[in-house]
Design a protein around this ligand. Structure first.
Ligand SMILES: CC(C)(COP(=O)(O)OP(=O)(O)OC[C@H]1O[C@@H](n2cnc3c(N)ncnc32)[C@H](O)[C@@H]1OP(=O)(O)O)[C@@H](O)C(=O)NCCC(=O)NCCS
Length: 221
């Protein structure tokens, strides 16, 4: 089954409109090596069970440090959703696997902080990864999960992924249509909106820090 990402700019705005439901729109921004510290903070905040679900095993802090240090931003794509304090509440890692002839496959892994779950962040990050895959000539998007990961299985199923179960684990595959002008434009617009949103959050965050610095401290009172 194919996920066809084929929306007009009007549809993007309409679908992302806060008027659509009570939830604010989820804006997914592409990350760079400059975001490594924030990525580390995000992953270290995951508890044991989340680490098991995300990485397939309970990884200690030093393994996470090593993982973040070694993310290859020139080959892979990493996406993030920022909170108001510029913390990464959601992270998606799209890793391109070695091509087999004409067939290009990418693997996706995602995590959302517990406090930010159920707001559509995981779904939007998956959609963004599928769109980026499609726009970079990937024909199959792959995800490896524990089969008890019912939330991720739900996201995979509703996105039309084909799921194969074995020994408590699940491999999910999504066949992607080739890129077209609409998929390229949609991704561009989404990225621009996320960059703009980040700039506003950064400004607000700085203003709040300046304001705090001028507030009288308890000692001074
Ligand atoms: C999986 C994860 C990324 C989902 O993030 P999220 O931002 O909460 O996801 P969303 O809000 O987009 O969607 C959650 C969906 O699952 C549904 N859901 C929630 N709990 C569920 C459960 N126990 N069983 C089935 N579906 C469930 C929600 O109703 C929602 O569905 P809807 O959008 O159709 O209403 C997050 O739970 C997480 O980080 N888990 C730990 C790491 C992990 O499992 N990573 C995936 C491995 S690759």
């Amino acid at each position: 089954m194919e996920l066809t990402i084929n929306r007009t700019a009007e549809q993007i705005v309409a679908n992302d409109s806060p008027l659509k439901d009570a939830r604010p729109p989820v804006l997914v921004r592409e990350l760079s090596s400059a975001d490594r510290d924030r990525l580390l903070t995000h992953f270290l905040a995951l508890d044991e069970d989340d680490r098991l679900l995300r990485f397939g095993q309970v990884v200690p802090d030093h393994v996470i440090e090593n993982y973040v240090r070694n993310i290859n931003f020139s080959n892979d794509k990493v996406f993030g959703v920022f909170g108001s304090a510029l913390e990464l509440v959601g992270v998606g890692h799209l890793a391109y696997l070695p091509a087999e002839g004409d067939k290009r496959t990418a693997e996706f892994g995602v995590s959302v902080l517990e406090s930010a779950r159920g707001r559509g962040i995981g779904t939007r990050m998956f959609e963004r990864a599928a769109m980026r895959s499609r726009n970079t000539q990937v024909s199959v998007l792959y995800m490896h999960c524990l089969s008890r990961n019912s939330t991720m299985m739900h996201i995979a199923r509703k996105s039309g992924m084909k799921i194969e179960y074995a020994y408590g684990e699940a491999d999910a595959y999504l066949s992607l249509a080739p890129a077209d002008q609409s998929s390229i434009m949609t991704e561009l617009l989404q990225e621009q909106a996320a960059v703009f949103d980040y700039a506003i959050k950064r400004q607000a965050h700085r203003a709040s820090q300046v304001f705090q610095a001028f507030m009288p401290t308890a000692d001074a009172a």
